[in-house]
Design a binder for this molecule. Structure first.
Ligand SMILES: [Zn+2]
Ligand SMILES: [Zn+2]
Length: 264
């Protein structure tokens, strides 16, 4: 049994075959998908993610404003996300939120402010957060330390691609570390070395689809069924069975969100 802890299947890339994609995931043993609703909070993208949870019992949602769109975040966006999380039991996390100093699609000061605001809001609502961080390790840890560490709530460092320093500090703050298809890339030796050091009970796997398609599907659109390739890679790294990686990471996900796992 596997859980894809981070997917974007509500977008147009999946309009033609979304039900088919969800079915294929189930056939591959992926019993649960956390679909992350991002984009302009005023565009309807967030509502789209909520609607998807009503269409499939295997899909849960997280909602938040991505650092790319931080400049579009305002009081109305915050109220909307807050209400959608409150009113829908299948919306289980605030995210993805964080800092992306690689693309800088929103000004850094705005990203920092909006990240902190969303951490505070999630804390008030008592829900875990999903963190996106790129080329902003020190600032991310600093924000988590000041706004999140006292909350007694967990979170996920999604699509982990940072340094050992980031992994160690995130673990110290009670976060879980989620690895994506990047782990299977030829040049990812440093990342694979870090993946060997994360305690099993803190590991998650994800696709972040439609992006970051794992080996051997490189060049194709990514989809939740392919999360098993991340599990395969981790199984080699950790010298435990493929099935055990699935069971452990699924159990971690269930524990994090207080969910019962469906029987596939
Ligand atoms: Zn992300
Ligand atoms: Zn994402």
């Amino acid at each position: 049994m596997f859980v894809d802890s981070h997917a974007h299947i509500d977008g147009p890339e999946f309009d033609a075959d979304r039900d088919e994609v969800i079915r294929r995931a189930r056939e591959a043993g992926v019993s649960l998908i956390l679909n992350v609703g991002t984009g302009d909070p005023h565009s309807g993208a967030i509502e789209r993610a909520v609607d998807l949870t009503a269409r499939s019992e295997n899909v849960y949602a997280a909602l938040g404003t991505h650092p790319h769109d931080a400049r579009l975040y305002d009081d109305a966006a915050e109220d909307k996300i807050r209400k959608l999380i409150n009113d829908n039991s299948r919306v289980i996390a605030w995210g993805e939120i964080g800092l992306d100093f690689h693309y800088d699609n929103s000004p850094r000061e705005v990203q920092l402010e909006v990240f902190r605001r969303q951490l505070r809001a999630a804390r008030e609502l008592n829900v875990p957060v999903i963190i996106h961080t790129r080329e902003a390790e020190v600032e991310t840890i600093e924000a988590l330390r000041t706004e999140w560490s006292g909350a007694g709530l967990p979170g996920i460092m999604h699509c982990f691609s940072g340094s050992q320093w980031l992994a160690d500090n995130a673990l110290q703050l009670g976060m879980l570390i989620s690895f994506s298809g990047i782990l299977t890339f030829k040049k990812a030796d440093d990342l694979r070395a870090i993946a060997r050091t994360v305690p099993l009970e803190r590991l998650l796997i994800e696709t972040d689809c439609p992006y970051l398609t794992p080996v051997p599907y490189r060049g194709k659109r990514n989809e939740p069924a392919y999360v098993v390739e991340v599990a395969r890679c981790l199984s080699n790294l950790r010298e435990i069975s493929f099935e055990e990686v699935g069971e452990v990471t699924a159990a971690n996900f269930a524990r994090l969100f207080g969910l019962a796992l469906p029987v596939v």
